[in-house]
Design a protein around this ligand. Sequence first.
Ligand code: SDX
Length: 428
Amino acid sequence: MSNFAELNYEGKLYQLPVIEGSEGEKAIDISKLRSTSGLITIDKGFKNTGSTESAITFLDGEKGVLRHRGYSIEELADKSSFIEVAYLVIYGELPTEEQLKDFQLEITHHTLVHEDVKAILEGFPSKAHPMGVISSLVSSLTAFYPKSLDPNRSSEEVNGTIIRIIAKLPTLAAWAFKNRMRQPLVYPNNNLDYCSNFLRMMFGLPTEDYHVDPVVSKALDKLLILHVDHEQNCSASTVRIVGSSHASLYASISAGIAALWGPLHGGANQAVIEMLEAIKADGGDVSKYITKAKDKSDPFRLMGFGHRVYKNFDPRARIIKKAADDVLGALGVNDPILDIAKELEGVALKDQYFIDRGLYPNVDFYSGIIYRALGIPTDMFTVMFALGRLPGWVAQWKEMREYGDPIGRPRQVYTGHNDRPYVPINER
Ligand code: SDX
């Protein structure tokens, strides 16, 4: 097996090193390509381009494999907890009982946010999309924790910055919802676990006790595990490239939230429900929408279907689909759009267009159906994705800093005008 590739260009032969990862993935290292051959590469959307080496998450898109630090998503979703998986992706190993207890305790004692955050929150109209609100509020944390601005501080101080964002995002997310509903804010309760605390801040009222249904908090915990990280996806790459300029963790996470918002990425979970609702309102004829999805002249896409890496089933979608049946059954919820989703999936998976392109349901196809059953409003679905993905973003940012990756600054191929003289305005 050769550890280099050869490029034959204009009669010259260039040898480019090939590196191999721990799962046998191979990549041509082109870091010296321009200095030796004068060539750069171009790969719109980075479909064939690796941006870094990483030890956090491994995906095999052809086999539908997803592992975090070597542990399969199936095992983690079945046997672990969100906080434990957050610890795993951020620090690299499953915590001991002592380490997990300390981690949970630190998070519990940082869930409160500065009272002045309320003034920023109240500046948002009730119609403000919660993703825009939390992206702004996360960025505002740099004002309340100015030491977080410097990512080169001691590892203890950087870890304190990490703990604060893991602890405070649920509070900021729940308060964004309360602001949307123009309801009074509910403060964190340190006697509750991560998910129960969030649900109480979302649906509780300051004037009364709120009982968190264990079925709901357990389902939410599993959903957050399933979203925790996904290697160099659009938002993780955004967090990395912002962090590569030595911008703060909070600024990098705020940018990651903005990237996740798009309907082609995390915003798809909201778009899926809106699509299923539209199909239901239009009489439930799924084949009409399959035809639309295949029609190149029609901008309609089957939201929640397709993936840049998975050309087989997204393993998370398989777990969420089963969880949807379990949770709706346990809550006694009968949601007709779950039936429409299953019918849509069934028709698409037999259709040559989808088969030829390896288009399967992705993580966003069924997740919204569970969020709905949990009482979470549609425009909060992507906020839930952000809550789950936060430990992954933190882990990617931390790894990028620890690896000492250089500032991200891609090249380009210029296609504009060649050199030309300035023309005075009266001669144009
Ligand atoms: C997430 O990267 C990650 O890991 C993301 C994520 C994570 O955990 O971080 O997994 C989360 O973002 C999941 C994806 C959520 N987005 C959606 O569900 C939106 C609908 N899906 C697509 O828009 C699309 O599939 C993408 C954006 C997910 C992937 O797009 P690609 O890899 O750029 O593929 P493409 O757009 O070039 O599509 C390839 C072909 C095209 O047809 P041809 O030009 O070959 O004829 O497949 C077609 C596309 O038209 N196609 C679809 C389709 N998705 C792709 N056709 C109809 N419906 C779709 N959903």
